[in-house]
Design a binder for this molecule. Structure first.
Ligand SMILES: Nc1nc2c([nH]c(=O)n2[C@@H]2O[C@H](COP(=O)(O)OP(=O)(O)OP(=O)(O)O)[C@@H](O)[C@H]2O)c(=O)[nH]1
Length: 132
């Protein structure tokens, strides 16, 4: 079981999606930036560390969404999603192939890592700026 903290970053009514690079597992799939929770670390501590390492930004957590587990053929992944805003810094891509800022209702148009599909549904169900 892999435990992963991930950030649903909102800015001006848009949401950040990040595309995994060709060198990563699940190449070129879209995801919410974040990473594996290390021993002794809380999910929120992990989130802050990974966002700084991967993108050079500090985030402020606005809301936690329910954890969601997906069973890939090789491993099970539990995602701990946090709705966030950028507190400081400008995004610099260190690991990802690309980023995209999308209106919430367009998120489902991307080719997401399978574990993220349920997270997006949960986000859309609670999202205040969504039209649906
Ligand atoms: N960060 C992130 N990982 C996700 C998401 N959805 C999803 O299935 N995963 C999976 O969760 C795992 C997290 O791996 P990662 O590569 O981002 O984490 P990491 O930086 O700590 O790992 P590493 O240092 O071993 O490369 C991968 O197996 C990845 O495919 C998501 O939305 N965000």
């Amino acid at each position: 079981m892999i435990e992963v903290a991930c950030a649903i970053i909102e800015k001006d009514g848009l949401v950040l999606a990040a595309q995994r690079s060709e060198r990563m597992s699940l190449p070129l799939k879209w995801e919410f930036p974040g990473g594996k929770i290390e021993p002794g670390e809380t999910a929120e501590e992990c989130l802050c560390r990974e966002l700084f390492e991967e993108m050079g930004i500090s985030v402020a957590v606005k809301k936690c969404l329910p954890a969601s587990t997906y069973h890939y053929p090789k491993a099970s992944v539990t995602l701990y999603p946090f709705v966030c805003s950028i507190a400081s810094g400008e995004i610099v891509l260190d690991e990802h192939a690309a980023i995209n800022w999308l209106p919430p209702e367009e998120l489902q148009n991307l080719d997401w890592a399978e574990a993220d599909v349920a997270v997006i549904e949960s986000y859309l169900a609670t999202c205040e700026s969504c039209s649906r």
